[in-house]
Design a protein around this ligand. Structure first.
Ligand code: WTA
Length: 659
């Protein structure tokens, strides 16, 4: 246990297992240890030169005059340069002037897609280029131009990527809203972003049912008068209302459109997208990313962290409604010239082996998902993946929450067959691209740690006064220097950008996460600092207690929260879901409390264990501890539940006010 004055969090859990890269993986890896050390050294010695070298791997219409203009906390990267992100994702792979290897990607599969009902579509780089150009011409014919904002509210179909790329090509800032969000959420975001146009579909498929996207758009637009046009993709084919003067079918829009489109040269700082973070607390904020730096960050990290090779079949399971879908379903893989897989529907439809069927049938080699999904796989049981041949896989990834060591071990053993490195990638909507992660051919992995910061990223764990914490001392995760793919501002609220990210700790970017670094310099993220529980003066992170619970063989998932306790300040309540086939009982509760005592110590022992069949989560899968905290303290929830995935979960846990 090591706390210190000014440190927000104490660290109590130790993980001793180690996984060095296999000789085989090391031998074929894109990045070896010598090259990596060279990159670290260059980034340290000459950060601007380091990022300029990364930028030169992409195409610019005009070069920059300055790599970075840093007026804290305002950054401009690649000042004076012009480029086009869609050109770099598409034309660059077709343009034989850039050399045979790049130009030869025309027939390579860019997107391999499977719909929930089982329909399939593959688009080569040449075909994707043509579709994007046609749609960009179609949007332009509706008057969309550089600087406009366009909302995208689509299921996970190839057209979602086409729409994003067409906007990027034109210089229209896109704001993707996850198809699972409500009409109200879409309306609020469209109003905040000042959008003029919405791209949607009649509906999408989810667990065999139609998600009524167009109906939601009609309701949203009724409250967002700035929306002049709605483009509608026919996906489900069911009957929808259609306002002919406002609505236009996607297929009509592109019917006569040319497959040629000259990509304009856009300023490196041209706003590329606004993405609203629902977050587990508070009002959504519109995170603004720009073109050049974002492109450089996602391109470099996609190739490093996923060790991408020409013949990989890469699958990130995220929806394009999240930043992971932006950076690692669409832009990163396409910049890298990779084959990116998309699957529209639910992971357990028609049965809980759907994802493994997709892996086997498409020969997926790299698989990137979230801990919430991995814990669901654990809960469903090993029999489901065992039905399929997963031997094509060679690398696994995780993102979105701390991954509990036991879930990591399960993922590595059951999905990865013990042979695939697991890259645990730490980043945020705000950071644009991965900042802390293993390099799979070099890094010795420790389950539960996202390991080291990538070259060029000055990550640290600090006390409130900004000084670095010692080894294994819990503190605040910060980034000391700007990086190209960082957010530039919060849309319409620059003060919030300054106060939320750059004021908490003097002179550095404050991520809002608690973390520690071990003696090897590895980072261990311990959860959001807002979720820290204070027991008798000890500040405990949620991650470590939850991981202790998940290390018990009966437990699939756990969320711990504090509740007021006269004696200790806060007591610990744990919400626990068990694996399929396990029956919960008071005896199991007692056993779990004893298990935490043994793993961590009596201090972290939950005062109460509550069994639940599911935990309340945001639609991107993060546990909403805020709601559980309220429930544990007062027996009811009155706070904002608009970002909650499934209200029924909360009702079963104890009810909300509007029950
Ligand atoms: C958490 C997702 C631990 C963290 C890309 C962060 C993680 C927030 C990890 C950002 C990880 C993400 N280990 N925690 N590997 N990855 N987080 O904006 O709390 O949806 O601040 O971006 O997720 O979530 P966001």
């Amino acid at each position: 246990m090591s706390g210190a004055p000014g440190s927000p969090i104490d660290s109590v859990l130790r993980e001793a297992r180690r996984f060095p890269p296999s000789d085989e993986f090391r031998a074929g890896a894109r990045l070896g240890s010598d090259e990596l050390e060279r990159l670290y050294a260059q980034a340290e010695r000459d950060p601007d030169g380091f990022w300029a070298d990364r930028a030169r791997e992409l195409h610019w219409f005009t070069p920059w005059q300055q790599v970075l203009d840093w007026q804290p906390p305002w950054a401009r990267w690649f000042v004076g340069a012009t480029t086009n992100l869609a050109w770099n994702c598409l034309d660059r792979h077709l343009d034989t002037r850039l050399g045979a290897r790049l130009g030869a990607r025309g027939d390579k599969a860019a997107i391999v897609w499977e719909g929930e009902p089982g329909d399939r579509r593959t688009l080569s780089y040449r075909e994707l280029h043509a579709e994007v150009c046609r749609f960009a011409n179609g949007l332009a014919s509706l008057g969309v131009t550089s600087g406009d904002c366009v909302m995208i509210y689509l299921p996970l179909v190839p057209e979602a990527a086409i729409a994003m790329l067409a906007c990027a090509r034109l210089g229209a800032t896109h704001s993707v809203v996850f198809g699972g969000f409500s009409a109200e959420a879409l309306r609020d975001r469209a109003l905040d972003a000042g959008a003029r146009l919405v791209i949607t579909a009649d509906g999408g498929w989810r667990r065999g049912k139609i998600v009524p996207l167009k109906e939601n758009v009609d309701r949203a637009v009724a409250g967002a008068p700035g929306i002049e046009r709605v483009v509608v993709l026919r996906r489900t084919g069911h009957e929808i209302a259609f306002a002919p003067e406002r609505d236009v079918w996607w297929h009509d829009l592109v019917a006569g459109a040319s497959e040629q489109h000259d990509a304009p040269a856009l300023d490196a700082e041209h706003p590329l997208f606004i993405l609203y973070t629902s977050g587990t607390t508070g009002k959504p904020k519109g995170i603004v990313h720009t073109t050049g730096g974002y492109m450089v960050g996602v391109h470099a990290t996609t190739r490093w962290v996923f060790d991408l090779r020409e013949d990989d079949v890469y699958w990130c399971t995220a929806d394009v409604g999240w930043v992971t879908g932006h950076s690692y379903v669409v832009y990163g893989p396409l910049l890298a010239g990779a084959t990116t897989v998309m699957y529209e529907g639910a992971p357990d439809f028609p049965e809980p082996d759907r994802l493994w069927r997709v892996v086997a049938e498409h020969g997926v080699t790299i698989f990137y998902t979230a801990p919430t999904a991995i814990r669901a796989f654990v809960k469903w049981g090993e029999a489901w993946p065992a039905r399929h041949k997963l031997s094509s896989l060679r690398l696994l990834g995780s993102v979105g929450e701390p991954i509990n060591p036991e879930a990591w071990i399960w993922y590595h053993r059951v999905i990865g067959g013990g042979r695939c490195p697991v890259v645990d990638t730490w980043w945020q909507t705000e950071t644009g691209s991965i900042l802390i992660a293993p390099l799979p051919g070099v890094t010795t992995l420790k389950p539960g740690s996202c390991t080291r910061a990538l070259p060029g990223i000055a990550a640290d764990v600090v006390h409130k006064d900004g000084t670095s914490c010692g080894p294994d001392q819990g503190g605040y995760l910060v980034i000391r220097r700007p990086w190209p793919s960082m957010l530039r501002t919060v849309h319409g609220d620059p003060e919030r950008y300054v106060s939320q990210y750059w004021s908490e700790i003097d002179g550095v970017y404050f991520a809002g996460d608690g973390a520690r670094r071990d003696a090897d310099g590895y980072f261990w993220v311990m959860g959001r600092v807002d979720d820290v529980i204070n027991v008798a003066g000890h500040r405990l992170g949620t991650m470590e207690i939850e991981s202790a619970l998940v290390s018990h063989p009966a437990v699939a998932e756990a969320a711990v929260v504090g509740r007021p306790d006269e004696l200790k300040g806060q007591g610990i309540v744990a919400f626990v879901t068990v694996k399929s086939g396990v029956v919960s009982s008071p005896a199991l509760g007692a056993e779990l409390r004893a298990h935490v005592t043994q793993e961590i110590g009596a201090l972290a022992r939950p005062d109460e264990i509550r069994f639940a069949d599911a935990l309340p989560k945001t639609r991107s899968g993060k546990i909403m501890r805020r709601l559980l905290k309220e429930l544990a303290a007062t027996g009811a929830v009155t706070g904002d539940v608009t970002t909650l995935e499934d209200l029924a979960v909360l009702l079963r846990l104890g009810g909300t006010d509007d029950e």
